[in-house]
Design a binder for this molecule. Structure first.
Ligand SMILES: [Zn+2]
Ligand SMILES: [Zn+2]
Length: 306
C-alpha cells in the first residue's frame, strides 16, 4: 500500500508563504492498493490529484473509489474541480453517509447548483455513482474497507483499510468523546455481535467509546489523526469537532499503533506552528515512555506501508 497526502489542512484552504511547506489544500489522501485507486475525501487537494491521475492514464479509463468522511466543505469542495469526473469512460464511486435530511448524492450535487457553481453535476461526463454506507466493512477485491462513526457535528466516519496483512486508519474529523452528550446506555456492534452496555455517567461513556475507536484502529501500521488544535487551545474550541495531539497519542497507544500522522492542520497553523506541534507531541510521547513515531501530514508526502 502506498499513501500520499494531497491535502492536509482543515476548515478552509490556507495558501501562502507561511504554509508552503506543509501545504495549503484541504483534506485529500490517496491510497494505491494493488491496482486500485482509493481516495479519502475531496477537499481542494483532490484537484492536483485529478491532474496527476489524468497524466498517468494517458487517455485510458480511470476508476476511483472515493470515500468521504463527511460532507463539510473542507472535505468535498475540491470535487467540482476533479477533472477525471468530467471525462467519459471514467468511473468515480463516491462512498459516504446519507443524512437524515438529504441523501449523499444530493449533498454532493447541492454544492454544484447554480447558486454556488456554474457547472451542474450532471455535466460530469464520467460515470459518477453514489454508494450510501453506514458502519460496515466492504470489499474491493482483496481490500477491506471499514467505516465507523466518530464524534463530529455531522455524520462523520473514520475509515480503516486492510490489505495483505497491513492496515491504515484515517480517523477523519473527530473530537474527544468527553464532549458528547451524556448517555446512560450504549449500543454498538463488535465483530458482528450486538453489545448493549449500561453506562454510569459521562466519564465511563467516553472511556467506552475511546475503547471502541481504539479497537477500530487496533494494530494499524499507520494512524492519520485530526489534531487541529493544541491542548491549550481546545477549551476555546470545544464542540467544534476536532482533537489535539495528546488525545491522538492516547488512542494510538490504546490501539498499539506505532506510527501516527497528525493532520487537519488549522488555518492558523503556520509551518512553524506545525513543526512545534510535532516537536511537542514527540516530547509528550517520550515523557509518557511510549514508542510511537510521530510526524505531520504534508502535501506530497508519500509513505510505503509494507
Ligand atoms: Zn474538516
Ligand atoms: Zn468537519
Amino acid at each position: 500500500m502506498k499513501v500520499r497526502f494531497w491535502g492536509v489542512r482543515g476548515s478552509i484552504p490556507s495558501p501562502g508563504a507561511e504554509t508552503i511547506r506543509y501545504g495549503g489544500d484541504t483534506t485529500c489522501i490517496e491510497l494505491r492498493v494493488g491496482n486500485e485507486i482509493i481516495v479519502f475525501d475531496a477537499g481542494s487537494g483532490i484537484r492536483p490529484l485529478g491532474l496527476k491521475l489524468m497524466g498517468e492514464a494517458q487517455g485510458a479509463p480511470i476508476k476511483v473509489h472515493l470515500f468521504i468522511t463527511h460532507t463539510h466543505w473542507d472535505h468535498i469542495q475540491g470535487f467540482p474541480f476533479f477533472v477525471p469526473a468530467f471525462i467519459p469512460n471514467n468511473h468515480i464511486i463516491v462512498y459516504g453517509a446519507d443524512h437524515e435530511t438529504m441523501p449523499l448524492s444530493e449533498l454532493f450535487s447541492g454544492q454544484m447548483e447554480r447558486e454556488y457553481f456554474p457547472i451542474p453535476i450532471v455535466a460530469m461526463g464520467a460515470k459518477v455513482e453514489f454508494t450510501s454506507i453506514s458502519e460496515e466493512t466492504l470489499k474491493i477485491g482483496d481490500i477491506e474497507i471499514s467505516s465507523m462513526f466518530v464524534n463530529h457535528p455531522s455524520m462523520a466516519f473514520a475509515y480503516r483499510i486492510d490489505y495483505n496483512g497491513h492496515s491504515v486508519v484515517f480517523g477523519g474529523d473527530h473530537e474527544p468523546y468527553n464532549n458528547m452528550l451524556s448517555y446512560s446506555k450504549l449500543a454498538y456492534q463488535v465483530n458482528g455481535k450486538q453489545l448493549d452496555i449500561e453506562v454510569n455517567g459521562q466519564e465511563e461513556f467516553s472511556q467506552l467509546l475511546d475503547k471502541k475507536l481504539a479497537l477500530f484502529c487496533q494494530d494499524a501500521d499507520l494512524l492519520i489523526f485530526d489534531t487541529a488544535y493544541t491542548l491549550d487551545l481546545y477549551p476555546q474550541r470545544e464542540g467544534w469537532g476536532h482533537s489535539y495531539p495528546e488525545y491522538a497519542v492516547h488512542i494510538a497507544n490504546m490501539a498499539g499503533v506505532k506510527r501516527l500522522a497528525l493532520t487537519h492542520h488549522d488555518p492558523t497553523d503556520t509551518d512553524e506552528k506545525v513543526d512545534a506541534k510535532v516537536k511537542h507531541t514527540r516530547q509528550f510521547i517520550k515523557s509518557s515512555k511510549l514508542s510511537i513515531e510521530c510526524f505531520a501530514a504534508q502535501f506530497g508526502l508519500e509513505l510505503d506501508i509494507e
